[in-house]
Design a protein around this ligand. Structure first.
Ligand SMILES: [Zn+2]
Length: 272
């Protein structure tokens, strides 16, 4: 048996973009991760962002860096996907990837979004990796692709779509992140209420997500506030909900050697 040699995580941020903070803010970000013990998945939105996030990961044991191409960036990278082969193999999970037909109104860009998403889903299927997904305004289309590629493990980030795809995504056993919009939106609260406790995760989408909702970026200490709101949604005690969310992420990572770094942050166990 491995003895816990470092304290385990208390909180989870299953979708953040630490590379988007100004460098001068990162010291405070790392301090908060240490103090609050927040296991953090930092999802890159482009290959260069992944390189940057890997450097950030070296500076904090709480951070896992993952490669993705955000649907907003798909048109810029769709012709360069072959260059990603080695990063694709090395990345322990894929994200942020997905589709966005709500904020992207120009339908001529959807083909590149679909090609980039299918590129990653095909790799996720082949390598049996977790995907961290943006589904804005394209929830049914993302669901259809997850079914077609038989994706086993997914984190659905900030779901804000209709009930039917939600039901089917829940039935497939995927995990769902809730973040800052849970604090102010009855619609998001009702979605959070539909997701079984065993599939709930917390996120910040820092720094850009809170910028979108509050008009200013947030720091990792947003997580306890989100957790509190999630506990209220399900009529649970805060500490019980925190423990549930930690276990939920552990369910996704445990047994996947590529995610050992995150499993160790979540459990405090170190492999010997
Ligand atoms: Zn994001």
């Amino acid at each position: 048996m491995d003895e816990p040699s470092v304290p385990p995580a208390v909180y989870v941020d299953a979708h953040a973009h630490l590379d988007e903070y100004p460098d001068t803010w990162l010291g405070v970000v790392f301090d908060q991760l240490d103090e609050l013990r927040i296991a953090t998945i930092s999802t890159a939105m482009a290959p260069q962002a992944y390189e940057h996030t890997l450097k950030i990961q070296e500076r904090s044991r709480w951070v896992l860096a993952t490669l993705g191409i955000h649907p907003w960036n798909a048109p810029y990278f769709v012709t360069q996907l072959d260059d990603l082969e080695s990063d694709l193999e090395g990345s322990p999970m894929f994200g942020e990837i997905g589709l966005d037909f709500r904020n992207v109104r120009d339908a001529s860009l959807y083909d590149s979004q679909l090609r980039v998403l299918e590129f990653f889903l095909s790799a996720a299927k082949e390598q049996d990796k977790v995907v961290n997904l943006h589904t804005s305004g394209a929830e049914a289309e993302v669901l259809e692709l997850l079914e077609r590629y038989a994706i086993r493990r997914a984190i659905i980030h900030w779901y804000s779509g209709p009930p039917e795809p939600l039901k089917r995504l829940v039935a497939r056993g995927y995990h769902f992140t809730f973040g800052c919009e849970l604090l102010s939106s009855g619609f998001i609260q009702s979605i959070a209420g539909e997701v079984p406790v065993a599939q709930l995760l917390t996120e910040t989408d820092n720094p850009g997500g809170p910028q979108w909702v509050f008009g200013e970026p947030a720091m990792p200490d947003l997580v306890p506030t989100v957790l509190q709101a999630l506990a209220v949604t399900h009529g649970m005690d805060e500490a019980d909900m925190a423990e549930c969310v930690r276990r939920n992420l552990l369910d996704l990572t445990r047994g996947d050697a590529r995610l050992d770094r995150l499993t160790q942050a979540l459990t405090g166990e170190r492999r010997t």
